[in-house]
Design a binder for this molecule. Structure first.
Ligand SMILES: *[C@@H]1O[C@H](CO)[C@@H](O)[C@H](O)[C@H]1NC(C)=O
Ligand SMILES: CC(=O)N[C@H]1CO[C@H](CO)[C@@H](O)[C@@H]1O
Length: 737
């Protein structure tokens, strides 16, 4: 029956539109390419003679520019072929309303302190309230801390859901995370609505105060424990790293008695803390998700799996239907393995002092989508269960979902729980393909990206879906060191993917399209970017002190390609950023963070990756700073960069800032005192501009060093140390080279 529909009068469930300005963009891109070619030609043709000052610096610059040119070429793959997707949910309802596939949602949490239970259950409630048949929706919470507080909060949420879900449906509430909803709305005017609103808000606040009270005390009272038999599972619990599997089906969607206050059925809700033993590696988030994949197969066996971080609530109750449009499309649906949504953050300030993923999310992923392969980025992603479990792409499996009947469960709830627990034991995936071919891959700090690549290498396609109204909203890091540490981990992991079995350089060649391969390289090569960037931000400035030119002088024709490439690349970058909805100041902040990430996070990531690949562990590099006191978030709201604590990463960026400051002061002195300063300026203009931009971009850092008095300023010891390093480097360079 399915095949027939394909042949006559096929009306798609989604459409793909190409970016309109792509011809213009391609012409522009070619012109830059020509510019880069001339720059490299200049470098090769003008190497200073033997013994001349700056010969090696020159060759180094050539290497750096060669690298930048190569990297730029990779980034073109991300912009060459952008596409945008649109879905038709009304057609889906017409055709398949009674045949919608089952969906399992996985929410992962790992620490009740960093990820407070209130935040977690808000995410859970927002996905339970999806506009989707409840008997086809199951929600799983994986709690890697095995915290009874989180369990308690989820138990409360399961009661609250009985009021919240009907309320959402009745009043078409959006967003369906109650916390976000109550924040976003003042009291409604309509009398009928107002009464229900006040009542549900009261319920929510009561629940919140009970949970907060329990969290403040840090443990549960006997009375609270006695309210649910599930707590008995904590009797054998000894620590976060050492406990049995705890599994509780809090709402059983198949049970006719599990009803909300209006008498409608509810989605299944399951709590899982997989078994942990100190002797066994638990493989972090990948291990947690794989346990969930197995357990959920036993309990609800949804065809589609959404995984979402506990700090990302659903902002759109229609998202599941959007996704089903992709999977159910009669012509193209069967080849899609996953649908990735962008990561958006609710908690960012207007000018994004920590930069953003704006260009990645609004441009680059659309570019990868154009090559049929949006990356999997770990959260906000809907997978086809089969593809995630290692199945190869195969044309034969069209329409399988519809043929299958739901069989009635034989065993009791208790039996089901007991049987399912086996799948979450810490030895289950030993000597199996789990973590290798099945589920998320183990052993990488970026298990998501590498899993996505390997699914694509098995022949599947993926979709990037970025609707105007954001589907998920998360919380962004609010201190600079959190951000830098995060990027250290990612850059390290991305770089190691290149040397893994699923390397986008070797293994993926011929399995995915070349454009997509280049697109992945952009991410894999984050870490080595540090070398060229460090070189470019140190050497030309130092040579200013010696008046050795490393770039063509302003009156030379070779100046033109440099000027063209620099000005047009950056003008384009500003325009792109504005087009994606950013602000000018936001763009400027982005450039600063770009520099800090490349010179610190990526450097540490690069070193860690090298150490790891020759067999050292890099635990010494783990730098965690999760400070969230009042001041910090206040400064964040005011868009003031947060330093405060010492960190080797800060030492590097501060030393760099100091060095450029000294060099710039040297230039100012030369220009002011030297009679021949016009000539000096002509010869050195690009170097002076580069150094000036470095100083300008570091302005907030100088303030944190020398002016600010608040707790977020740079610690004095670090200031002294870095300025010392910078002075030492300048002096050594002048006298000994
Ligand atoms: C979140 O959803 C609300 C509707 O509930 C919408 O007004 C808002 O624009 C969405 N947020 C984002 C960032 O898209
Ligand atoms: C802009 C915004 O949403 N700010 C919020 C960020 O998160 C902190 C607490 O984590 C809130 O206090 C802010 O209001």
């Amino acid at each position: 029956m399915k095949m027939k529909m394909v042949s006559d009068g096929y009306v798609p469930l989604f459409e793909t539109n190409k970016f309109k300005g792509r011809v213009m963009y391609r012409l522009f891109s070619v012109s830059i390419f020509v510019g880069i070619f001339f720059i490299l030609a200049y470098r090769v043709g003008h190497i200073p003679g033997e013994g001349a000052d700056g010969k090696w610096a020159w060759i180094g610059l050539f290497a750096a520019e060669l690298w930048f040119g190569f990297y730029w070429l990779c980034t073109q793959a991300l912009r060459w072929n952008c596409v945008y997707k649109r879905t038709f949910k009304d057609r889906l309802s017409q055709r398949y309303e009674n045949d919608l596939p089952r969906v399992d949602v996985f929410v992962c949490t790992a620490d009740p302190i960093i990820e407070p239970p209130m935040m977690v259950i808000n995410t859970v409630l927002s996905v339970m309230a999806y506009n989707y048949p409840p008997e086809k929706l199951s929600v799983y919470l994986s709690d890697d801390a095995g915290s009874d507080l989180t369990f308690y909060a989820l138990l409360e949420a399961s009661h609250f859901a009985k009021e919240w879900l009907p309320y959402c449906k009745k009043f078409e509430v959006e967003p369906r995370s109650p916390g976000a909803y109550f924040l976003s709305i003042s009291d409604p005017i309509d009398v009928g609505k107002a009464k229900a609103f006040v009542a549900i808000k009261k319920l929510y606040e009561n629940m919140e105060s009970r949970i907060r009270r329990a969290a403040n005390v840090g443990r549960l009272s006997e009375e609270q424990r006695s309210k649910h038999e599930g707590f008995s599972q904590w009797e054998t619990y000894s620590s976060k790293q050492d406990h049995d599997t705890i599994l509780q089906i809090l709402i059983d969607g198949t049970d006719l008695n599990a009803r909300d206050v209006e008498g409608c059925s509810l989605p299944t809700l399951v709590y899982l803390a997989r078994e942990k033993r100190p002797r066994y590696s638990h493989n972090f988030k990948a291990g947690a998700i794989n346990a969930l994949i197995r357990v959920s197969k036993k309990i609800s066996n949804g065809h589609i799996i959404l995984n979402v971080d506990c700090d990302m609530y659903s902002n759109n109750s229609e998202s599941v239907r959007d996704v089903v449009c992709f999977f159910m499309d009669e012509e193209k649906g069967y080849e899609i393995a996953f649908v990735q949504f962008p990561q958006n953050f609710e908690n960012v300030t207007k000018n994004e002092i920590h930069g953003s993923f704006r260009e990645n999310m609004e441009v680059e992923f659309h570019g990868m989508d154009g090559y049929g392969g949006a990356p999997y980025i770990g959260t906000g992603c809907f997978h086809r269960r089969d593809a995630l479990c290692g199945k190869k792409f195969d044309r034969e499996c069209i329409g399988e979902w519809n043929r299958e009947n739901v069989t009635k469960r034989e065993e009791s709830l208790h039996e089901l729980e007991d049987k399912s627990k086996v799948y979450a034991s810490c030895t289950y995936d030993e000597n199996t393909l789990w973590g290798k071919e099945m589920g998320l891959k183990y052993g990488s700090p970026v298990e998501d990206l590498i899993t996505g690549i390997s699914i694509q290498c098995r022949g599947w396609k993926s979709v990037y879906f970025n609707p105007e109204r954001k589907a998920f909203l998360g919380v962004a890091p609010i201190t600079l060191s959190q951000l830098l540490v995060q990027h250290k981990r990612w850059s390290e992991g991305n770089f190691l993917i290149l040397f893994s079995k699923t390397s986008p350089a070797l293994y993926a060649h011929g399995r995915i399209s070349f454009g997509l391969q280049l697109g992945y390289w952009c991410y894999c090569f984050w870490a080595p970017n540090c070398l060229a960037t460090l070189y470019y931000s140190i050497i030309p400035s130092l040579y200013l002190l010696k008046s050795t030119p490393l770039f063509p002088q302003a009156s030379s024709p070779w100046f033109v390609p440099f000027a063209y490439v620099i000005s047009s690349k950056y003008s384009y970058s500003v325009l792109e950023f504005l087009w994606c909805g950013g602000t000018i100041l936001g763009w400027w902040n982005e450039q600063r963070i770009w520099l800090y990430k490349r010179t610190s996070s990526y450097l540490f990531g690069f070193i860690a990756a090298i150490l790891k690949s020759i067999g050292f562990s890099d635990s010494a590099f783990v730098i965690t700073a999760k400070i969230t006191d009042e001041d910090v978030s206040e400064r964040y709201q005011k868009e003031i960069l947060e330093f405060g604590a010492s960190s080797p990463m800060f030492t590097i960026i501060t030393t760099l800032a100091g060095l450029n400051m000294f060099c710039f002061l040297g230039v100012v002195k030369k220009l002011a005192m030297d009679a021949a300063s016009i000539r000096y300026f002509d010869r050195m203009v690009l170097q002076i501009v580069l150094c000036f931009v470095m100083v300008l971009i570091n302005w907030p850092l100088y303030q944190a060093l020398f002016v600010r008095q608040d707790k977020g300023k740079m610690p004095s010891s670090l200031t002294l140390q870095s300025i010392g390093f910078a002075l030492f480097a300048c002096t050594c360079f002048l006298f000994f080279q």
